[in-house]
Design a protein around this ligand. Structure first.
Ligand SMILES: NC(=O)c1ccc[n+]([C@@H]2O[C@H](COP(=O)([O-])OP(=O)(O)OC[C@H]3O[C@@H](n4cnc5c(N)ncnc54)[C@H](OP(=O)(O)O)[C@@H]3O)[C@@H](O)[C@H]2O)c1
Length: 266
């Protein structure tokens, strides 16, 4: 049985990935959809014409993760696509965010992504694809979003190394690094503090980001960066000293705050 396995399937780019996989790829017998909100996974059945196998589970819970591993072991599918889109971030300084929020970002964005990738790999045949949702936040440390950016730097580094390791098996890994994308992500991210205005100006459409990610994955590219502004940002982060860029961003944040364009939500 040929399948795609998608985490973060209940909203945003994970859900959009399921829709576009169905639109563009024949030959998938099932799509396995993972997220906590079961009612959202139920809705997927009306959106796509391929059977959805639902895994309503919390990826931060090791016992629940085991259910996924057991299903893989019992059914032994051929996983043609693995898409790790589950993830969250909280905006706020390290001293302002709770220990739980910070530790959970690491648990979901790094640990769970690594665990799911490792448990799925034995079921991936030649020519299959892994799509890992990192972020443009991986390109530069982000004061005010420090832990999230660090988790995404992990995803980027891990995915590039894994891509190299899997070359002999002809499995291709793509790290997706979008800037801000219009999804429910910000409902969670902005519970304490809003995103600065200058970052809001670059909000991308999730459908386009996902379409590019799938195209890049099929082309066997290791990195997918949507939009000219984020490509420019990546170049800047490669060429300019990070200390200098951080001081420029600090000034922009202060200017935004002074003008009342960004508010504390506490
Ligand atoms: N939106 C952006 O601006 C942006 C930019 C760059 C990168 N990204 C990255 O892109 C990925 C997708 O983000 P998105 O924008 O699509 O966000 P989103 O709409 O908030 O989707 C996040 C998904 O993760 C799932 N999730 C959260 N906690 C989970 C848990 N403990 N166990 C299982 N599933 C969990 C959510 O489902 P449940 O709540 O139902 O569990 C949801 O389906 C994330 O990794 C994010 O970091 C987003």
């Amino acid at each position: 049985m040929n399948i795609a396995l998608v985490t973060g399937a209940s909203s945003g780019m994970g859900r959009e990935t399921i829709i576009q996989l169905w639109e563009h790829f024949d030959g998938l017998d099932e799509i396995w959809a993972v997220a906590r909100r079961k009612e959202r996974l139920d809705e997927l059945e009306g959106m796509v014409g391929v059977p959805i196998r639902k895994f309503p589970l919390d990826l931060m819970d090791r016992e629940e993760l085991q259910k996924l591993e057991e299903a893989l072991g019992a059914i032994c599918p051929k996983v043609r696509f693995l898409v790790n889109a589950a993830g969250f971030g909280k905006i706020g300084n390290v001293g302002e965010l709770s220990v739980t929020d910070q530790a959970d970002m690491v648990r979901l964005n790094c640990e769970a992504l690594t665990a799911v990738t490792t448990m799925v790999l034995p079921y991936m045949p030649e020519n299959s694809r892994i799509i890992q949702y990192a972020s443009s936040a991986a390109f530069l440390p982000q004061p005010g979003f420090a832990v999230y950016a660090a988790t995404k730097a992990y995803v980027l580094s891990y995915s590039r190394a894994l891509n190299q390791e899997l070359k002999s098996r002809r499995i291709y890994v793509t790290a997706v690094c979008p800037g801000p994308v219009r999804t429910e992500f910000f409902d969670v991210a902005e519970t304490a503090k809003e995103m600065p205005l200058y970052k809001r100006m670059f909000m991308a459409n999730p459908r386009r980001v996902v379409a590019k990610a799938l195209r890049d994955s099929i082309m066997g590219r290791g990195l997918s960066v949507y939009g000219i502004s984020m490509k420019g940002f990546r170049l800047l982060c490669k060429e300019a000293p990070h200390g200098f860029l951080l001081s420029v961003m600090d000034r922009m944040d202060k200017c935004t705050e002074d003008r009342g364009w960004s508010r504390d939500r506490k």
